[in-house]
Design a protein around this ligand. Structure first.
Ligand code: SF4
Length: 167
């Protein structure tokens, strides 16, 4: 049986959602025979190019580079799953959406002209088609496991309607 080719991509984020995946260590080991982790920089320096069956995306779109990259990832992923509050709503970094972006840049950076930063931090769904969203900061591990199990079973991933906060 062909393995499910999975990628995990980081955007503007604290890495907490990726850590949640890594914390599922025992489950991931069990899945190892059925899943090929093709791209997961937090876990391995091996980065294989797409196409991917499933891409999990963490973080928000906050830079020009990220805006271009999510389009490329969408094009090379059969399913795109946004994980966490940053990915589904823009996250804490979206607080800047209600302020003056230029003023923030000058207040924080000595050379703001060198910073690649969009005026708004936005969820992936504002840029590309997203197949499923998992809420929470970070998402509940039980929800992640359920989605992965559905993908392996070849059925549409179950999508929770409630947010789960583990903090
Ligand atoms: Fe970190 Fe929370 Fe954003 Fe996940 S949703 S990357 S845990 S801030």
């Amino acid at each position: 049986m062909a393995k499910l080719r999975v990628a995990v991509h980081k955007f503007s984020s604290c890495d907490g959602c990726q850590m949640q995946l890594l914390n599922m260590e025992q489950d991931l080991l069990t899945l190892a025979e059925r899943v090929e982790i093709a791209n997961f920089i937090e876990a391995s320096s091996t980065v294989l190019p797409g196409p991917y069956d499933v891409s999990f995306v963490e973080g928000s779109v906050s830079t020009h580079e990220e805006r271009e990259r999510i389009r490329r990832i969408r094009a090379e992923s059969r399913l795109l799953i946004a994980i966490g509050a940053c990915a589904t709503s823009g996250g804490i970094q979206a607080l800047r959406n209600w302020g003056r972006h230029e003023a923030f840049l000058h207040a924080v950076y000595a050379t703001p002209e060198t910073i690649d930063s969009l005026a708004q931090s936005t969820p992936f769904s504002e840029h590309v088609k997203v197949d499923a969203e998992l809420y929470g900061c970070p998402p509940d591990p039980g929800q992640l496991k359920r989605v992965i199990a559905d993908l392996l079973a070849g059925v549409p991933p179950w999508v929770p309607t409630e947010a789960v906060c583990l903090q």
